[in-house]
Write a new protein. Sequence first.
Length: 306
Amino acid sequence: MPFTLFPDTRLALARDALAGLSVGDALGSQFFVPGRHPEDLAAGRLPPPPWQWTDDTEMACSVVGALAATGRIDRDRLALDFAERCEPYRGYGPGAVSILRLIRTGTPWPVAAASAFDGQGSCGNGAAMRVGPLGAWYADSTRRAAEQARASAEVTHAHPEGIAGAVAVAVAASLATRARLDGDRPPPDRLLGAVAAALDPAGEVHRGVRRAVGLLGRRAAEAADALGNGSRVTAQDTVPFTLWVAATHLDDYPAAIRTCVEAGGDVDTTAAIVGAVVAAHAGVGTPGGVPDGWLAAREPLPDWTP
Ligand SMILES: [Mg+2]
Protein backbone atom coordinates (compact mmCIF):
# COMPACT_ATOMS: atom_id res chain seq x y z
CA MET A 1 0.00 0.00 0.00
CA PRO A 2 1.44 3.46 -0.83
CA PHE A 3 2.33 5.60 2.16
CA THR A 4 4.01 8.90 2.92
CA LEU A 5 7.38 9.09 4.60
CA PHE A 6 8.12 12.51 6.05
CA PRO A 7 11.72 13.79 5.97
CA ASP A 8 12.20 13.33 9.74
CA THR A 9 11.17 9.69 9.48
CA ARG A 10 13.46 9.12 6.51
CA LEU A 11 16.36 10.62 8.47
CA ALA A 12 15.60 8.51 11.55
CA LEU A 13 15.57 5.33 9.42
CA ALA A 14 18.79 6.33 7.62
CA ARG A 15 20.46 7.10 10.97
CA ASP A 16 19.65 3.63 12.29
CA ALA A 17 21.25 2.14 9.17
CA LEU A 18 24.23 4.48 9.65
CA ALA A 19 24.59 3.34 13.27
CA GLY A 20 24.62 -0.28 12.08
CA LEU A 21 27.08 0.55 9.30
CA SER A 22 29.50 2.48 11.50
CA VAL A 23 29.47 -0.03 14.38
CA GLY A 24 30.05 -2.88 11.90
CA ASP A 25 32.87 -0.94 10.26
CA ALA A 26 34.50 0.05 13.56
CA LEU A 27 34.17 -3.38 15.18
CA GLY A 28 35.16 -5.21 11.99
CA SER A 29 38.32 -3.15 11.61
CA GLN A 30 39.38 -4.16 15.15
CA PHE A 31 40.10 -7.61 13.77
CA PHE A 32 42.98 -6.30 11.66
CA VAL A 33 44.77 -5.47 14.94
CA PRO A 34 47.34 -8.20 15.77
CA GLY A 35 46.27 -10.41 18.63
CA ARG A 36 42.53 -10.08 18.01
CA HIS A 37 40.71 -13.29 17.21
CA PRO A 38 37.20 -13.93 15.88
CA GLU A 39 36.74 -16.54 18.63
CA ASP A 40 36.87 -13.75 21.24
CA LEU A 41 33.82 -12.10 19.69
CA ALA A 42 32.02 -15.44 19.49
CA ALA A 43 32.71 -15.88 23.23
CA GLY A 44 31.32 -12.41 23.98
CA ARG A 45 34.72 -10.79 24.64
CA LEU A 46 34.65 -7.39 22.91
CA PRO A 47 37.76 -5.40 21.95
CA PRO A 48 38.53 -2.48 24.29
CA PRO A 49 36.92 0.82 23.17
CA PRO A 50 37.07 3.17 21.41
CA TRP A 51 36.53 1.34 18.11
CA GLN A 52 37.68 3.67 15.35
CA TRP A 53 35.59 3.80 12.21
CA THR A 54 37.16 3.89 8.74
CA ASP A 55 36.51 5.21 5.21
CA ASP A 56 33.22 3.25 4.97
CA THR A 57 31.70 5.36 7.74
CA GLU A 58 33.24 8.68 6.68
CA MET A 59 31.73 8.35 3.19
CA ALA A 60 28.37 7.06 4.48
CA CYS A 61 28.08 10.14 6.72
CA SER A 62 28.47 12.30 3.59
CA VAL A 63 25.73 10.31 1.81
CA VAL A 64 23.33 10.83 4.72
CA GLY A 65 24.37 14.50 4.91
CA ALA A 66 23.54 14.99 1.22
CA LEU A 67 20.09 13.40 1.64
CA ALA A 68 19.36 15.41 4.79
CA ALA A 69 20.33 18.64 3.02
CA THR A 70 18.36 18.32 -0.21
CA GLY A 71 16.33 15.09 -0.06
CA ARG A 72 18.18 13.58 -3.00
CA ILE A 73 21.69 12.96 -4.31
CA ASP A 74 23.28 15.98 -5.98
CA ARG A 75 26.31 14.34 -7.58
CA ASP A 76 28.47 17.47 -7.83
CA ARG A 77 27.96 18.26 -4.17
CA LEU A 78 28.47 14.67 -3.02
CA ALA A 79 31.72 14.35 -4.99
CA LEU A 80 33.07 17.50 -3.33
CA ASP A 81 31.92 16.38 0.12
CA PHE A 82 33.71 13.03 -0.31
CA ALA A 83 36.84 14.79 -1.54
CA GLU A 84 37.00 17.52 1.07
CA ARG A 85 36.22 15.28 4.05
CA CYS A 86 38.58 12.44 3.09
CA GLU A 87 41.08 11.66 5.85
CA PRO A 88 43.41 9.26 4.00
CA TYR A 89 44.54 7.51 7.23
CA ARG A 90 40.99 6.14 7.59
CA GLY A 91 41.89 3.20 5.35
CA TYR A 92 40.98 4.55 1.92
CA GLY A 93 42.42 2.47 -0.91
CA PRO A 94 45.07 4.09 -3.12
CA GLY A 95 42.61 4.28 -6.04
CA ALA A 96 40.04 6.16 -3.95
CA VAL A 97 42.66 8.57 -2.59
CA SER A 98 43.80 9.47 -6.09
CA ILE A 99 40.24 9.98 -7.45
CA LEU A 100 39.35 12.16 -4.45
CA ARG A 101 42.57 14.14 -4.79
CA LEU A 102 41.74 14.86 -8.45
CA ILE A 103 38.25 16.05 -7.49
CA ARG A 104 39.60 18.19 -4.66
CA THR A 105 42.01 19.92 -7.03
CA GLY A 106 39.34 20.77 -9.60
CA THR A 107 39.00 17.79 -11.94
CA PRO A 108 35.29 17.19 -12.71
CA TRP A 109 34.12 13.94 -11.07
CA PRO A 110 33.13 12.23 -14.37
CA VAL A 111 36.72 12.65 -15.57
CA ALA A 112 38.26 11.65 -12.22
CA ALA A 113 36.04 8.56 -11.84
CA ALA A 114 36.63 7.44 -15.44
CA SER A 115 40.40 7.79 -15.07
CA ALA A 116 40.66 4.99 -12.49
CA PHE A 117 42.20 1.65 -13.36
CA ASP A 118 43.51 2.67 -16.78
CA GLY A 119 40.21 4.11 -17.90
CA GLN A 120 37.96 1.17 -16.90
CA GLY A 121 36.67 2.90 -13.77
CA SER A 122 36.63 1.36 -10.32
CA CYS A 123 34.67 -1.82 -9.60
CA GLY A 124 35.78 -1.65 -5.97
CA ASN A 125 33.37 -2.08 -3.07
CA GLY A 126 33.51 1.61 -2.05
CA ALA A 127 30.16 2.61 -3.53
CA ALA A 128 28.43 -0.39 -1.90
CA MET A 129 30.00 0.13 1.53
CA ARG A 130 28.55 3.63 2.00
CA VAL A 131 25.07 3.28 0.53
CA GLY A 132 22.99 1.26 3.01
CA PRO A 133 21.54 4.34 4.76
CA LEU A 134 20.39 5.68 1.38
CA GLY A 135 18.35 2.51 0.90
CA ALA A 136 16.74 3.07 4.31
CA TRP A 137 15.94 6.68 3.32
CA TYR A 138 14.03 5.33 0.31
CA ALA A 139 12.09 2.67 2.23
CA ASP A 140 9.02 3.57 0.17
CA SER A 141 10.51 2.89 -3.28
CA THR A 142 13.11 0.36 -4.41
CA ARG A 143 13.06 2.11 -7.80
CA ARG A 144 14.12 5.43 -6.22
CA ALA A 145 16.62 3.62 -4.00
CA ALA A 146 18.22 2.03 -7.07
CA GLU A 147 18.28 5.24 -9.09
CA GLN A 148 19.74 7.35 -6.26
CA ALA A 149 22.24 4.61 -5.35
CA ARG A 150 23.47 4.73 -8.94
CA ALA A 151 23.88 8.52 -8.69
CA SER A 152 25.79 8.19 -5.40
CA ALA A 153 28.08 5.53 -6.90
CA GLU A 154 28.89 7.26 -10.19
CA VAL A 155 30.92 10.07 -8.64
CA THR A 156 33.73 7.63 -7.82
CA HIS A 157 32.86 4.33 -9.49
CA ALA A 158 32.50 4.37 -13.29
CA HIS A 159 32.66 0.58 -13.74
CA PRO A 160 29.21 -1.11 -14.10
CA GLU A 161 30.00 -3.70 -11.39
CA GLY A 162 30.99 -0.99 -8.90
CA ILE A 163 27.64 0.71 -9.55
CA ALA A 164 25.70 -2.59 -9.44
CA GLY A 165 27.16 -3.33 -6.00
CA ALA A 166 25.73 -0.06 -4.69
CA VAL A 167 22.34 -0.64 -6.32
CA ALA A 168 22.14 -4.14 -4.80
CA VAL A 169 22.91 -2.95 -1.26
CA ALA A 170 20.54 0.02 -1.48
CA VAL A 171 17.66 -2.13 -2.74
CA ALA A 172 18.30 -4.67 0.04
CA ALA A 173 18.29 -1.88 2.66
CA SER A 174 15.14 -0.34 1.18
CA LEU A 175 13.31 -3.69 1.35
CA ALA A 176 14.63 -4.42 4.85
CA THR A 177 13.42 -1.03 6.09
CA ARG A 178 10.06 -1.37 4.38
CA ALA A 179 9.59 -4.73 6.08
CA ARG A 180 10.39 -3.11 9.43
CA LEU A 181 7.65 -0.52 8.85
CA ASP A 182 5.23 -3.27 7.84
CA GLY A 183 6.19 -5.48 10.81
CA ASP A 184 7.40 -8.30 8.51
CA ARG A 185 10.50 -10.43 8.31
CA PRO A 186 11.08 -11.07 4.59
CA PRO A 187 12.08 -14.67 3.80
CA PRO A 188 15.77 -14.67 2.75
CA ASP A 189 15.10 -16.10 -0.71
CA ARG A 190 12.47 -13.47 -1.45
CA LEU A 191 14.75 -10.63 -0.30
CA LEU A 192 17.68 -11.82 -2.42
CA GLY A 193 15.39 -12.53 -5.38
CA ALA A 194 14.06 -8.97 -5.29
CA VAL A 195 17.61 -7.59 -5.18
CA ALA A 196 18.65 -9.73 -8.15
CA ALA A 197 15.60 -8.51 -10.10
CA ALA A 198 16.84 -4.91 -9.76
CA LEU A 199 20.21 -5.70 -11.39
CA ASP A 200 21.44 -6.17 -14.96
CA PRO A 201 21.24 -9.95 -15.55
CA ALA A 202 24.45 -9.81 -17.58
CA GLY A 203 26.46 -8.55 -14.60
CA GLU A 204 28.63 -10.46 -12.17
CA VAL A 205 27.02 -8.92 -9.08
CA HIS A 206 23.66 -10.16 -10.36
CA ARG A 207 25.03 -13.67 -10.91
CA GLY A 208 26.58 -13.64 -7.44
CA VAL A 209 23.29 -12.66 -5.77
CA ARG A 210 21.49 -15.43 -7.69
CA ARG A 211 24.16 -17.89 -6.53
CA ALA A 212 23.66 -16.64 -2.94
CA VAL A 213 20.01 -17.75 -3.09
CA GLY A 214 21.15 -21.32 -3.77
CA LEU A 215 23.48 -21.18 -0.75
CA LEU A 216 20.85 -20.16 1.81
CA GLY A 217 20.84 -22.55 4.74
CA ARG A 218 24.47 -23.61 4.17
CA ARG A 219 27.32 -22.77 6.54
CA ALA A 220 28.75 -19.26 6.31
CA ALA A 221 32.22 -20.59 5.49
CA GLU A 222 30.76 -22.45 2.52
CA ALA A 223 28.90 -19.34 1.34
CA ALA A 224 32.04 -17.20 1.67
CA ASP A 225 34.05 -19.80 -0.18
CA ALA A 226 31.62 -19.79 -3.11
CA LEU A 227 30.78 -16.06 -3.16
CA GLY A 228 33.96 -14.35 -1.89
CA ASN A 229 34.51 -12.42 1.35
CA GLY A 230 35.77 -9.13 -0.04
CA SER A 231 39.43 -10.13 -0.01
CA ARG A 232 39.70 -9.06 -3.68
CA VAL A 233 38.11 -5.70 -2.68
CA THR A 234 35.74 -5.71 -5.66
CA ALA A 235 31.97 -5.30 -5.56
CA GLN A 236 31.57 -8.72 -7.25
CA ASP A 237 33.65 -10.38 -4.52
CA THR A 238 32.00 -8.51 -1.62
CA VAL A 239 28.31 -7.76 -2.19
CA PRO A 240 26.79 -11.24 -2.87
CA PHE A 241 28.20 -12.67 0.40
CA THR A 242 27.19 -9.62 2.45
CA LEU A 243 23.61 -9.88 1.21
CA TRP A 244 23.62 -13.63 1.98
CA VAL A 245 24.63 -12.75 5.57
CA ALA A 246 22.11 -9.91 5.89
CA ALA A 247 19.23 -12.00 4.50
CA THR A 248 20.15 -14.90 6.80
CA HIS A 249 20.52 -12.82 10.00
CA LEU A 250 18.13 -9.93 9.26
CA ASP A 251 16.72 -9.89 12.79
CA ASP A 252 19.97 -10.55 14.68
CA TYR A 253 22.61 -7.81 14.35
CA PRO A 254 25.25 -9.38 16.65
CA ALA A 255 25.01 -12.73 14.81
CA ALA A 256 25.28 -10.97 11.44
CA ILE A 257 28.43 -9.08 12.46
CA ARG A 258 30.02 -12.17 14.05
CA THR A 259 29.45 -14.02 10.78
CA CYS A 260 31.37 -11.32 8.86
CA VAL A 261 34.23 -11.37 11.36
CA GLU A 262 34.48 -15.16 11.21
CA ALA A 263 34.43 -15.17 7.39
CA GLY A 264 37.51 -12.90 7.28
CA GLY A 265 38.48 -10.92 4.18
CA ASP A 266 37.66 -7.20 3.99
CA VAL A 267 35.93 -7.36 7.37
CA ASP A 268 35.34 -3.66 8.04
CA THR A 269 33.55 -3.35 4.70
CA THR A 270 31.57 -6.60 4.85
CA ALA A 271 30.46 -5.74 8.41
CA ALA A 272 29.62 -2.16 7.35
CA ILE A 273 27.37 -3.34 4.49
CA VAL A 274 25.73 -6.08 6.54
CA GLY A 275 25.42 -3.80 9.57
CA ALA A 276 23.58 -1.14 7.57
CA VAL A 277 21.03 -3.55 6.07
CA VAL A 278 20.38 -5.43 9.33
CA ALA A 279 20.12 -2.27 11.48
CA ALA A 280 17.76 -0.77 8.89
CA HIS A 281 15.46 -3.68 9.72
CA ALA A 282 16.22 -4.46 13.38
CA GLY A 283 16.96 -0.96 14.70
CA VAL A 284 19.25 0.23 17.48
CA GLY A 285 18.97 -0.74 21.14
CA THR A 286 16.07 -3.07 20.27
CA PRO A 287 15.97 -6.88 20.61
CA GLY A 288 18.10 -8.13 17.71
CA GLY A 289 19.24 -4.59 16.86
CA VAL A 290 22.58 -2.82 17.36
CA PRO A 291 23.46 -3.36 21.06
CA ASP A 292 23.69 -0.08 23.00
CA GLY A 293 27.06 -1.15 24.43
CA TRP A 294 28.47 -1.67 20.94
CA LEU A 295 27.25 1.76 19.85
CA ALA A 296 28.84 3.34 22.94
CA ALA A 297 32.18 1.64 22.15
CA ARG A 298 32.26 3.11 18.63
CA GLU A 299 34.21 6.35 18.18
CA PRO A 300 31.73 9.26 17.85
CA LEU A 301 30.71 10.12 14.27
CA PRO A 302 32.07 13.31 12.66
CA ASP A 303 30.46 16.43 14.16
CA TRP A 304 29.02 17.42 10.76
CA THR A 305 26.91 14.24 10.57
CA PRO A 306 23.18 15.05 10.57
MG1 LIG B 1 37.24 0.68 5.55
